[in-house]
Design a protein around this ligand. Sequence first.
Ligand code: PAF
Length: 290
Amino acid sequence: MRIVETISELRVSTIAQARASGKVVGLVPTLGALHAGHLSLIEAASRRDDFVVVSIFVNPTQFGPEEDYQRYPRQLIRDAELAEQVGGDLIFAPSRAEMYPDDHSTWVEVEDITEGLCGRFRPGHFRGVTTVVTKLLNIVQPDRAYFGKKDYQQLVVIKRLVRDLNIPVEIVGLPTVREADGLAVSSRNQYLDTQQRAAAPQLYQALQHGAEAARHGARGTEVEQVVRESLASEPVFTVQYVQAVDPETLQPLGEAGAPMVVAAAAYLGDTRLIDNIKIEEDAINAENDG
Ligand code: PAF
């Protein structure tokens, strides 16, 4: 698997050739430490696109000062092998200096929908994400770019960014990949000790309890309460937020019902886990009709 580290090499010798031969280009942006979630995105891209670029860049601008930028797992060679096995064609692994020259001074900011949920607790995070994603889209100029729904807010923010800036790319959101016990697959799961790992699936279980209540007609705040109560039964969690939001606008639902996305973030020790569940409007009707 070819690993390219510079923008000029990527553009001139690979993307340009792929385009010249009429290939449809897919991009899977990642921070590396590839897991089953990333691999499902690469696999999906390789089914639809002719040339799949996987970017691996631990983007410093999306990590807060107290966050895990330094300890974020870095395993480029292993990542390249994994990506190749599922149909990736090229790894783009730029250095920090390649992406952010010393006098880098331009930022891309999406307003409003970045303010709630994770944005409330991670100031500057989405500015870092939208800036690096814009740069990657400009560098690779893919026809499609793939993101997981585990980072639901990120997906909505990137769709908005692409629409607002008229970037000619299709954003594809794909379902969260889960371990057998329901825990959403994440690079950060490897930080969990045995006891924390055993408790971790309860985050998704709590969201499922909330979804069940929503299907029986519970409104946003009631659903949040159900999830919080469910999480409270596992004292090892420190809950950061539980919020039921409109799936498009990400505004809190309050007394409104589905469609909704219930999103949560909770700490297990120092490790922050996020997850979400979507409840469609027709799920409620189906339950109530039955
Ligand atoms: O979801 C991620 O892994 C990152 O936020 C992304 C989209 C690769 C930007 O650095």
